[in-house]
Design a protein around this ligand. Structure first.
Ligand code: PNS
Length: 165
């Protein structure tokens, strides 16, 4: 039996916590599709194409069974499209749990055949989030512990080109 999972998220941008979860999931599933949500109601710092490209560079060493794709609409439809029986989500702390439980139960209601699996982020990345990394970078802090190198570089470039207020 081939075990296929999707790992959906905003990934604006991918952090070391996301990458850690992707790495763990890549060892558990035969195929892993990282899904980048293209949400026109949010104003992301990076376009969906940029986010996909950055993730592709970050996961290049995980193997050819790991791929990255943009998606819109429901995560369960994205999972069905890829023949996935599992949704992977990372948990950093207890504070993540409530929202994640709600999403997992919603997804189960929508598609009972698809199970959500939670992977605990490594302890050293438990505090890392995309929004905090952007804030730290914006004010000149060191984001090296939080972000993969290609992402940290892209973020520095993006902030350098932002108009200063
Ligand atoms: O990285 P994020 O922002 O925590 O990811 C949230 C995401 C993309 C997994 C969630 O918003 C999502 O699944 N969006 C797609 C719409 C959907 O399926 N909604 C119903 C289930 S919550």
């Amino acid at each position: 039996m081939t075990r296929v999972a999707v790992f959906p998220g905003s990934f604006d941008p991918m952090t070391n916590a996301h990458l850690d979860v992707a790495r763990r999931a890549s060892t558990l599933f035969d195929r892993l599709v990282i899904g980048v949500l293209n949400n026109s109601r949010k104003a992301p710092m990076f376009s969906v194409e940029e986010r996909v490209g950055l993730i592709e560079r970050c996961v290049a060493d995980l193997g050819s069974h790991v791929s990255v794709a943009a998606f819109g609409g429901l995560t369960v439809d994205f999972a069905k499209h890829h023949g996935a029986g599992f949704i992977v989500r990372g948990l950093r702390a207890v504070s993540d749990f409530e929202a994640e439980l709600q999403m997992a139960l919603t997804n189960r209601k929508l598609a009972p055949q698809i199970d959500t699996t939670f992977l605990m982020t490594a302890l050293e990345y438990g505090y890392v989030s995309s929004s905090l990394a952007k804030e730290v970078a914006r004010f000149g802090g060191d984001v090296a512990p939080m972000l993969p190198v290609p992402v940290a570089d892209a973020l520095a470039d993006r902030l350098a080109s932002e108009p200063r207020v």
